[in-house]
Design a protein around this ligand. Structure first.
Ligand code: AHM
Ligand code: MG
Length: 337
């Protein structure tokens, strides 16, 4: 249609045609995911109007209080994706175990891992939140049941990853390994339109994002990293600007477009067990896949995130992600360099 630009559906079909082996099943998966996100976005936008705010009183598998919109987003994704006919199983940040596809629905060979509504502490205060997704192909096609080891993979095995950002506008950013592309929802026509083709993250940023209130719980090297970004004598020659939304998708997206580094280091809030907060499979690995395909980097302070073999569904990792030069500098300082 004249003047409307490329829709995400057209973009998907163009890529499907370019790949001779494509069956259209991946396009179906993404199409269903996009529809689910539109439903979630509609509810997010109504959050101040309807009685959907507040806590349900339940606690999820991570020991955090579940908010109603998290539950809603989780239910929408499970309901729609179970029926999409392209998945063999799913895993959600909100569910302790693998989510199977009941026999009454057609199956497929893809595996979907998602964080249905990331940054949920921001729901009540009208600050951006998001849905993160990660897609793998099952290890062995045709096996009757999906095993945990189909999920416990390296992030480098993902076939696609991305996120929906429910912000001032609704955006979809994703990659299948062939460039990172951003689409903005035009609410007047209900379509995601290609707004950010082939996103490249600047080699070095000017922004660092970390929850500095946890400084007392960090080790010396982590403090040295943050001091580096605040120092006028760093490689930028002036202190970086601090920006921390507290919604991973929003912080990540800003740094992806403008350059910068997001950090969620291991800390000793639990003195017996220093650890990061973010989950490897549903948060760190998909965003690492996106950032690397945009020219950036992601590590846990030592190892490339995409090389980490997951040992548990809800495993947590420290995360340093963003512009390549900034992540390399942080990783070197964490190694005592
Ligand atoms: P959630 O999945 O329960 O929303 O938690 C993840 C969120 C991220 O979006 C954000 O980067 C981080 O938690 C903020 O944590 P903190 O409040 O400890 O800084
Ligand atoms: Mg999350």
């Amino acid at each position: 249609m004249e003047g409307i630009g490329i829709t995400v559906t057209e973009h998907l079909l163009m890529h499907q045609k370019a790949s001779p082996a494509a069956t259209g099943r991946f396009t179906s998966l993404l199409t269903e995911l996009i529809f689910s996100a539109k439903i979630i976005a509609r509810e997010v936008q109504k959050a101040g109007l309807v009685d959907i705010l507040g806590l349900t009183g339940e606690v999820n598998v991570q020991g955090e209080q579940v908010r109603k919109l998290d539950e809603f987003a989780n239910r929408v994704l499970i309901y729609r994706m179970q029926r999409a006919g392209v998945l063999c199983a799913m895993a959600s940040e909100e569910n302790a175990d693998i989510i199977e596809i009941p026999d009454r629905y057609p199956g497929g060979d893809y595996i979907l891992v998602f964080d249905p509504l990331d940054g949920s502490s921001n729901i009540d205060v009208n600050v951006s939140i998001g849905t993160i997704f990660s897609i793998y192909r099952r290890k062995e096609s045709g096996r009757a049941y999906v095993a945990l080891d189909d999920f416990l993979r390296k992030g480098s095995e993902q076939v696609a990853a991305g996120y929906f950002l429910y912000g001032t506008s609704v955006m979809l950013v994703y990659t299948t390994g062939d460039g990172v592309h951003g689409f903005t929802l035009d609410p007047s026509v209900g379509e995601f339109l290609l707004s950010h083709p082939n996103i490249r993250i600047p080699e070095r940023g000017k922004t660092y994002s970390v929850n500095e209130a946890y400084t007392p719980y960090w080790d010396e090297r982590t403090r040295a990293v943050v001091d580096y970004f605040k120092s006028p004598d760093n490689d930028l020659g002036k202190p970086y600007t601090a920006r921390y939304v507290g919604s991973l998708v929003a912080d990540f997206h800003r740094n992806l477009l403008n350059g910068g580094i997001f950090m969620y280091p291991a800390d000793r809030r639990d003195p017996a067990k220093p650890r990061g907060k973010l989950r490897l499979l549903c948060e760190a690995a998909p965003l690492a896949f996106v950032v690397e395909h945009a020219g950036g980097a992601a590590t846990d302070g030592r190892t490339r995130i995409l090389d980490i073999q997951a040992a548990a569904l809800h495993e947590r990792v420290p995360l340093f992600i963003g512009s390549r030069a900034d992540v390399e500098r942080a990783t070197a300082l964490l190694q005592g360099g």
